[in-house]
Each structure stands twice: as C-alpha cells, then as structure tokens.
Ligand binder design. Sequence first.
Ligand SMILES: NC(=O)C1=CN([C@@H]2O[C@H](COP(=O)(O)OP(=O)(O)OC[C@H]3O[C@@H](n4cnc5c(N)ncnc54)[C@H](O)[C@@H]3O)[C@@H](O)[C@H]2O)C=CC1
Ligand SMILES: CC(=O)C(=O)O
Ligand SMILES: [Mg+2]
Length: 550
Amino acid sequence: MARIPTALRDPLHNRGTAFTPAERAELGLTGRLPSAVETLDQQAARAYAQLGRQPTDLAKYIYLDTLHDRNETLYFKLLVDHLPELLPVVYDPTVGEAIQQWSRDYRRSRAVYLSIDRPQDVAASFENLGLGSEDVDLIVASDAQQILGIGDWGVNGTDISIGKLAVYTAAAGIHPGRVLAVNLDVGTDNQLLLNDPMYLGNRHARTTGQAYDDFIELYLSTATELFPRALLHFEDFGPANARRILVDNASTRRIFNDDLQGTGAIVLAAVLSALQVTGQPFAEQRLVVFGAGTAGTGMADQISAAMVRDGLTPEQARARVWLVDEHGLVTDDMAGLPEHQSAYARPAEQARDFDRVDGEIDLLSTVRQVRPTILIGTSTAHGAFTREVVESLCAGVDRPILLPLSNPTSRIEVLPQQAIPWSGGKALMATGIPVDPVTYEGTTHTIGQANNALLYPGLGLGTVVARAGRITDGMLLAAAKAVADQTDVSEPGASLLPPVRNLRASSAAVAVAVAAAAIQEGVATTEPDNLVQAVQDAMWQPTYGPPVTR
Ligand SMILES: NC(=O)C1=CN([C@@H]2O[C@H](COP(=O)(O)OP(=O)(O)OC[C@H]3O[C@@H](n4cnc5c(N)ncnc54)[C@H](O)[C@@H]3O)[C@@H](O)[C@H]2O)C=CC1
Ligand SMILES: CC(=O)C(=O)O
Ligand SMILES: [Mg+2]
C-alpha cells in the first residue's frame, strides 16, 4: 500500500489538487494527484456541494471536521464564505450534538489531552508539538464540566475547544497554526459516559479539591512558561471553578474566561443597544437573572459594573440585581449559597411579601414584584419563560429587554417566535442560538445572536495585536461598546447586535478597540502606530499564498 506523502498529510500546508506541477515535483507528489490543477475557488465549490449532500447537521459537522483535518485553508475558505450558514454547524448548537457522540464517532483529533492522572506528562504533551516559545498566540482549554447547557461531557468536551478556535480563525483571522485546543481530563461525573465501553476519557469521577487546583496550576504554569505569548482561554468549566480560577489568576496571567467575561460583555453590548431604544440609563435598570451560574453571574457583574459607571455605588448597583436559581429567588437566609451567588443575595426581609410556591419565590413571583427592565435566562431550563412570565414582564415595563440565552436550542428558555407575540411586539430580544426573524403585526423583529462568539474572536485578536499581558475590564468594556456601535436600532424591530454575516468586519473593529484599550490601560507590550492596519495585517486569510518550495 502506497503511503500518503507528508505534504498531503499536513492540514495547515496541504493544497491537494491545487498543488501546481512544479510544486508536485518539488514535494514528491508527482503521480499522487489527478492531473487537473485547481484553484481554491474550484475546490471550495466542490466541497460546498459535498457538504450540501450531507443529510443532517451532525453529518455536516463530521464532513467539515474531516476537511479541517485534511486542508485547513479550504476548510476556513468555506467557513468564511458561508459564515451565517456554517457557524451553527461547526459551533453552537451542532457542536453540542457532536460532543455527546464524540467517543463513539472518534476520529483523529488535533487536540492536546492532559490527564489529571498523569501530571508528569503535562510538559511533554506540549513539548511533543515541536513548537517554539514564540509560536503560540492562543490556547483554548476546557475541563468540560458544563458544556454549553448540556452538562458534564468529560473528554468528549474536547470539541468545544476546537469549535471555539475555529470561530477565532473564521471570525477574526487568528492564525490557525498558532493556536492549541486542550482538554483537561479530570474525570467525569456523567454516568452515561462512565458506563459506555467506548468512552475514551479517564474512567473515574471528577477529581476535586486540592488535587484539581494543583492540576489547573500545573496547566497554567506549564503553558505560560512554554508559550509566554499565549492567551489562555477557559471554556465551559463548572461555576465555582470558573470563577475561582479567573479571580486567582486574572491579575498575574493572560487568562480569559469566555463564559464569564465574554458572555458578560456580549450581553452588555445587547443591553447598550436596547437602552438606545428605551432611552433609559443603566442606573435605572432592574435586572433579573434566571439561572445564576457561571454565565448568569458574569452578566450580573458586567451590568452592575455599568450601573456603577453610571453613578451608582457598588451597593446600590447590587441592589438592582435579583438572581433566581433552582430554589427560587436567591436570598441571604439560604444555607450554603455558593460564593458567586452570595454577593447578589437579597435581604430576606425585602422578599417577605413575595408570593411563594412550595416555600420558594419562583420566577413569576419575582417578575411580578420586581418589574425587571431586563430579564436574562442562563438556566438551561427549556420553556421556563412561559407566556405568564412574559406577560407579567410586559405588564411591569413598556419595553422590557428579554434575553433567553441558554444553549443549545433544546435548552432555550423561550423562542422569540413565541415571546414576541406574547409581548405584543414590545420585548427587545436577543438569543444565544441563531434564530429566524419574527414578523408580528407588520414589524419584522430581527433577533441578534447574543453569543460570546460575536465578541471573543475580536477580543482575542486585539489582545494578540497589542500583545497585552492581561485582559482588563477596560478591554472588555471597549469590546462591548465596539460591538454595540455596529448596530443601528433606529428602525422598529432592528437587531440589538450586528449580524453574523458581518462578523469578520465587526471582529476587526472589536480588535482595534480592544488593542487601543490595552494600550491606554498600560497592559500592551507593543504599540503599533496604526492600529487599524496592524489588525488587518494580523488577520490570517484563507488563501494559498505564494508557491510552495521545499
Ligand atoms: N449565549 C452565550 O453566549 C452563552 C450562553 N450560555 C448558556 O447559559 C446556560 C448556563 O451556562 P453556565 O452558566 O455555564 O452553566 P452553570 O451550570 O454555571 O449555570 C446554570 C445555572 O442555572 C441553574 N438552574 C438549573 N436549572 C434551573 C432551573 N430549572 N431554574 C432555575 N435555575 C436553574 C443552576 O443551578 C445553575 O446555577 C447554558 O445553557 C449555556 O449554554 C453560557 C455561556 C455563554
Ligand atoms: C456560548 C457558550 O460559550 C456556551 O453556551 O457555553
Ligand atoms: Mg461556553
């Protein structure tokens, strides 16, 4: 059996049928490809047609994944040219389906696997890549405890890191050869996986406590030492770990938690746009967050920080936030509140007169009493924003901001096609998943995608361009404002966020704003004269470039 030549095996440099006769001769490919010499456009047309013949989104995901591992230029050419159509396939929501099947569908994988059972292998796992200390700009790592809204998926969660990186490159042109996807395998508490003979991860419960913390510290210190330029992106950790790791490291390491910070900032952008419609200041908002975990409390942080910038004290801002979790309204008489919730716990006596169901103050009762101007869903509880909840919300304020953000589609609190009519067309909405516009009484409501994917790619690119040593609050705020600046909400039904089809341009604008903020805040280690040009120059394009020579 003839071996596949090296030049066709390296996805970053493979050009397949686009290799010219001279390149074929040079690279030892003579006789190993059909005689036609194609352009990237011709290859992309064939690949797009092949993709179109795949029967399901999961089949499309697998097709694209294998293309990714064969020819990265062609893969990203397809992604960039068809971003609104393909983002939901390589990323949220289809990536959630792929993760659930991952061990069963296992193919070759591009990730780095670090096992808590083999800490002695951590450094070697990176060193084996053969990369130099300047070669990596970005590492996305997940321990997969809270994948999207579908819970603990152990080593299967590897594909969330790969999917997030694909979006970094497609949306912001982060160089695909300068990134790493990492799975931190600390075990899993998912019984389905533990009992599945095909499961490929560590077959034990999640390791917790000091051993877990030591492993995270080992990852952080090894990655930082070997790749000192890399931004360390944390994705889909459980709420307690996510926050603790960020708080402990944000001031000393180049670390970013997407579910806390990226989500908080994209929601801030959506709210900034919505307040243009309502004409109200941040300081007058009342925020109810339903589902007070990583993402929900990250948003509470960002929105209360905006209230403080608007003149409130931190105490006054916190007093305008209500968290509702599994046991109803979070109050300070509840035993064992996790740290991320206790900062926003309401004094119990303030809620004495709220209606209770089975002793708990539920969402409906909270909405009736509080009359929120903003209701956010990050609960994973599908359908939790019932007609009664939406109608109560609209009874309280004229134009409520309604953001059901749980992913994937099976977890969303309410779909706009229901909520827009229930609200009589009054609700200002955005969702985490992509959804079609809703026409109600002659107005078409375009629903922006409040998914961190609309923000983190530009944030990452700005960080790389400024070589920022830290991710600061000022950089996050600059990113949120840059996203909001790209929307025009003057028309009724206008989207609160820029469309995915403009994501490359909007990511570039976010990157410029973020790099400028990094320079202003003194965390940049390089200060390009012309930031717009520096960002353009830094954006990798899916083209084959000059002829290949050995
Ligand atoms: N749109 C976006 O960009 C993002 C969306 N998300 C979505 O937000 C959701 C939550 O994600 P994380 O915060 O990472 O998870 P998490 O597990 O940290 O938080 C979920 C919270 O919801 C609570 N909860 C569960 N069932 C509930 C119920 N029936 N009623 C009230 N509260 C309930 C849990 O106790 C927990 O506090 C997921 O669906 C995720 O996909 C997360 C990050 C970004
Ligand atoms: C979008 C995202 O990061 C999440 O759902 O977890
Ligand atoms: Mg996430």
